[in-house]
Ligand binder design. Structure first.
Ligand code: NAD
Ligand code: ZN
Length: 357
């Protein structure tokens, strides 16, 4: 048995209002004459948060257009832009949801690696460390703040740049930044965490390390989405820690069926990660009976719309594309269904699952 030796994030600061310590955190990481880039989710354009960013010298705020999830082309053009304008940069600070954080991680890597980010989609392909990078979540759930990947849609696949160079050097967990997203968005992203836990806890890769984080994250998700009468500050605090722990849980295991199927939807239809996972989870009673039953209770309690019929009218070719993308996620299937997964999840079986969505 060979054990994985995984790289973790550098520094973590947690607490309401901790965002205001950003200047002092960045200061020792600034390099003479080179700017810090603040990549900010476009939701925050003209919002107060932007005025609280500690700009110095040539620092720049750049808005991330996350109306779609990050593409390798976005990463390549932004990193080229920074290279042209500044030669190099002190670092990059991603402030936003999973999309903005992943974009920041990928740009950091591409500042110091040749070619296109598409060349590095996969496992351990990145050759050089990136520039200093900081993640500041404004939505809780993806675990992108702790993970060793940054998920990108490229010319031929949706796959992350998984490497030891990918995790952030610093994260700032300030639950105040996550207050007030639309209820549907908060739920979809929060459920990403819930689903990470179910998939990790029911997976064949599970060990005590993953389990201890997964169980805690699951408990926190159920508390905020099911047990609490109404949403309050404590829920923001708890969901932020659930996201962190959920990310830690899958760091030493893997996700499973919902993610493998959802990746096919994302690739073909551009379905976003959180909502896509929810659409799939809703139909996975056969694989995660208890998890799906609790999921449905949470949907009902929070009065959330989970779309149905999104695969209606697709052609055979389109179904095949989704099936190919999905079956390509081998570690996810192996974690979910064991070494013989290919005998269980046949193309026909997966097709009928897609038809139900
Ligand atoms: P997101 O980053 O895609 O953002 C969703 C929407 O919410 C956007 O319109 C954004 O502008 C808005 N938003 C962000 N913060 C807000 C706030 N505080 N208030 C109101 N609106 C706000 O959503 P997400 O679910 O956090 O991230 C999904 C992305 O994360 C996908 O691209 C997925 O591939 C990626 N992901 C990465 C990992 C990883 O380990 N790297 C894990 C899971 C998902
Ligand atoms: Zn996920």
């Amino acid at each position: 048995m060979k054990f994985r030796n995984f790289k973790m994030i550098g520094y973590v600061i947690y607490g309401r209002g901790s965002f205001d310590q950003l200047d002092e955190i960045l200061s020792p990481n600034r390099k003479d004459g080179l700017p810090m880039i603040f990549l900010v989710d476009h939701f925050f354009k003209n919002k107060d948060l932007v005025n609280r960013i500690p700009l110095r010298g040539k620092d720049k705020v750049v808005y991330a257009d996350v109306s779609h999830e990050p593409k390798t082309g976005d990463v390549d053009s932004l990193s080229a832009q920074f290279k042209n304008e500044f030669g190099s940069i002190s670092g990059i600070v991603g402030i936003g949801g999973g999309s903005t954080m992943d974009l920041a991680k990928a740009i950091s890597l591409m500042m110091n690696n040749p070619g296109s980010s598409a060349d590095y989609q996969g496992w351990d392909l990145v050759k050089n460390p990136g520039v200093y990078k900081v993640g500041i979540p404004t939505l809780s759930g993806t675990g992108a703040e702790v993970s060793r990947t940054c998920v990108l849609t490229g010319p031929t696949r949706k796959l992350g740049m998984n490497s030891d160079f990918t995790p952030f050097d610093q994260i700032v967990l300030d639950p105040v930044l996550t207050r007030n997203p639309p209820a549907n968005q908060r739920f979809y992203t929060g459920m990403d965490c819930y689903i990470h836990c179910i998939e990790s806890l029911q997976g064949t890769y599970l060990n005590e390390f993953s389990k201890s984080y997964g169980e805690k994250a699951l408990e926190l998700c159920i508390e905020v989405f099911l047990k609490k009468e109404k949403w309050d500050e404590e829920c923001d605090d708890k969901l932020m820690m659930a996201s962190y722990a959920g990310g830690m849980s899958i760091a030493y295991s893997q996700v499973g069926v919902a993610h493998a199927v959802s990746y096919g939807l994302a690739y073909l239809l551009g379905t976003r990660h959180g909502i896509g996972n929810c659409i799939v989870m809703n139909q996975l009673g056969e694989y995660y009976p208890q998890g799906v039953s609790t999921f449905r209770k949470m949907v009902e309690k929070n009065k959330i719309d989970i779309p149905k019929g999104i695969c209606k009218g697709l052609s055979d070719e389109q179904f095949n594309t989704m099936i190919n993308v999905s079956l390509g996620m081998k570690p996810l299937w192996e974690n979910a269904l064991g070494k013989d997964w290919e005998k269980i999840m046949t193309r026909e079986k997966l097709r009928s699952l897609y038809e139900k969505l």
